[in-house]
Design a protein around this ligand. Structure first.
Ligand code: GDP
Length: 548
């Protein structure tokens, strides 16, 4: 009962119209911009690779390989980034499938880069949730799911690793419903599990699909299809079909029907089954994905909702990354186009400062190579070489300036004091730290006094500090050391006029202030925070900076 066409999803018009307005609308309608959320090891990298294989972007699986030496030594992750080809931090893969233009925004699975992932989710229209069929919903998936739910991002689920013994499709559905609290609607249903997994029931078309394995899943797998009731052409023996029919009729009896509206609000998730390793189900997932995932939708700004078809170019800076090209030490600001049409050599206004910025070079990124783009439409991501004027969360506009809403700061959970022993490098050090803080790589905290001399920094993940040290050394020639501070938890204080002297803080806790002067409570651990909250039920703490 999933039938996207009846649910008013835009059909793709041909994008060759001579009318520029029509052309722009057609381009927007065929865009699907998404990110993948998953617990490490669920198969995000493998699925990405297979999506690229099926969309013809790579000829043989294995090309993206190497990216994934993830748990290797931390200090050389930057080097690894180049070796892996595709960056560990957010970039965008752009490719076509079946007439659609897909933009896959890379969301680092490593939990030390959670902040990057959280922020990237400001720029996607859909999230694909990859779940391990055996392990079910895991901790990092829950965290990322919450971010999507908060922002009402529709979620499409791919239950991966159906080829592993012990995977139980019903249990995964129940897990999604119980742990995440949303309805899971299977779009297809696996035939066989573990080693016997070799087919799917396409519940939309009421067909069965049988896969034949291909060595290492390096190429597309051959499929046979037949209508559910076409016994003569059925690729499965009758005893298997009897079982499959039983399972499917059970689903039909017990399940909630799919409703596009509920999916778009994030209350239902359509579920696809498969194995990224063997490619079984990848194509069926892609076909379903492009039809279900919404095109770019209106976005909230300080001037109200802005429709993507609005002729004025607007874009949102959701990620700033340095050193993609080590020879140039450049910084790239990743911009999601939100409305209008981007053209090369365009001049834009940075809404926050009112400054004008000409964009002579912009790039679309695929693996390590860069392609210059001449035009981009809503849903696309462009990389702009950033002269240091752009910050995370900035809106750039071709016409009248406006500012998009979004969440860019997350409560830090790791804290360090940064030092630069070489006094002759003080100036570079201060300049570098100021720049990195402005970009949003880390947050500067203070206890009221001057801070840039030996700044206290906060971040969600430890690796962000490695990034800071690496960049200070490579871009500003300032060698630094860090002292870890004994806090594992930072929370903003939502209670108005909070007077710290009226409260007893647990030992090992303290108050600090962020760049805007908002107070944060730093605790040694979760336990200490819970203890404080139990003693002071009137105090409200938040993972987000309170709006001023
Ligand atoms: P990521 O951390 O989510 O990016 O996970 P990867 O794609 O790197 O996969 C983690 C491990 O699971 C690798 O060893 C993969 O080969 C393996 N893997 C990925 N997909 C499947 C699958 O469908 N079936 C099986 N059996 N293993 C898989």
């Amino acid at each position: 009962n999933v039938s996207p066409e009846q649910d008013g999803l835009p059909s793709i018009e041909t994008a060759t119209s001579s009318d520029p307005v029509k052309q722009r609308r057609a381009e927007i309608a065929r865009r699907r911009s998404f990110g993948i959320i998953a617990h490490p090891d669920a198969g995000k990298t493998t699925l990405t690779e297979k999506i690229l294989l099926y969309s013809g972007r790579i000829e043989e699986a294995g090309a993206v390989r190497g990216r994934k030496t993830q748990r290797a030594a931390r200090s050389d992750w930057m080097k690894m980034e180049q070796e892996r080809g595709i960056s560990v931090t957010a970039t965008c893969l752009c490719f076509d499938y079946d007439g659609y233009r897909l933009n896959l925004l890379d969301t680092p699975g490593h939990q030390d880069f959670s902040e990057d992932t959280y922020r990237t989710l400001n720029a996607v229209d859909t999230a694909v949730m990859v779940v391990d069929a055996v392990n079910g919903i895991e901790s990092q998936t829950i965290k990322l799911f919450k971010i999507c739910a908060e922002r009402k991002i529709p979620i499409i689920t791919f239950v991966n690793k159906m080829d592993r013994p012990g995977g139980d499709p019903l249990r995964v559905l129940t897990d999604i419903e119980n742990v995440l609290g949303i309805d899971a609607i299977p779009v297809n249903w696996p035939i066989g599990t573990g080693r016997d997994f070799n087919g799917l029931v396409d519940r939309l078309a009421n067909e069965v699909i049988k896969f034949s394995p291909v060595l290492r899943g390096a190429h597309e797998v051959p499929v046979e299809r037949a209508a559910m009731d076409d016994a003569a052409n059925c690729p499965f023996p009758p005893e298997i079909m009897d079982h499959v029919r039983d399972e499917v009729s059970l689903l039909e009896g017990a399940g909630v029907p799919f409703q596009n509206e509920l999916f778009l609000k994030g209350n239902q998730t359509p579920v696809f089954f498969g194995s990224a390793l063997t490619n079984f189900g990848v194509e069926q997932f892609l076909q379903g994905f492009v039809r279900l995932a919404p095109p770019p939708s209106p976005r909230m700004s300080d001037q109200g909702l802005i429709d993507p078809t609005n002729p004025n170019f607007t874009g949102l800076v959701f990620k700033i990354q340095a050193n993609l090209d080590p020879r140039h030490h450049d910084r790239v600001a990743f911009v999601r186009v939100c409305s209008g049409r981007f053209e090369r050599d365009m001049e834009v206004t940075i809404s926050r400062t009112g400054e004008r910025l000409r964009i002579p070079r912009s790039h679309q990124l695929f693996a390590a190579e860069r392609e210059t783009v001449d035009e981009a439409y809503p849903g696309d991501v462009i990389g702009i070489v950033n002269p240091g004027k752009l910050r995370l969360g900035d809106t750039i506009c071709g016409g009248k300036p406006l500012q998009y809403r979004g969440r860019w700061e997350y409560a830090p959970e790791r804290f360090v004091r940064l030092r630069c022993a070489d006094t002759s490098k003080r100036k570079q050090f201060t300049r570098g730290v100021t720049q990195l803080i402005e970009e949003g790589a880390v947050q500067l905290l203070s206890d009221g006094g001057t801070t840039l001399h030996e700044p206290t920094l906060g971040a969600v993940g430890e690796l962000q500090f490695d990034v800071v040290q690496f960049r200070l050394a490579s871009e500003y020639n300032a060698q630094t050391t860090v002292d870890r501070l004994p806090f594992q938890m930072g929370r903003w204080i939502e209670t108005p006029n909070f007077d710290v002297d009226k409260y007893t803080l647990p030992s090992g806790s303290r108050v600090m202030y962020d760049q805007t002067g908002a107070p944060l409570l730093l605790f040694a651990d979760d336990w200490s925070m819970d203890y404080f909250l139990r003693r002071h039920p009137d105090v409200k703490l938040s993972e987000h900076r309170p709006e001023v």
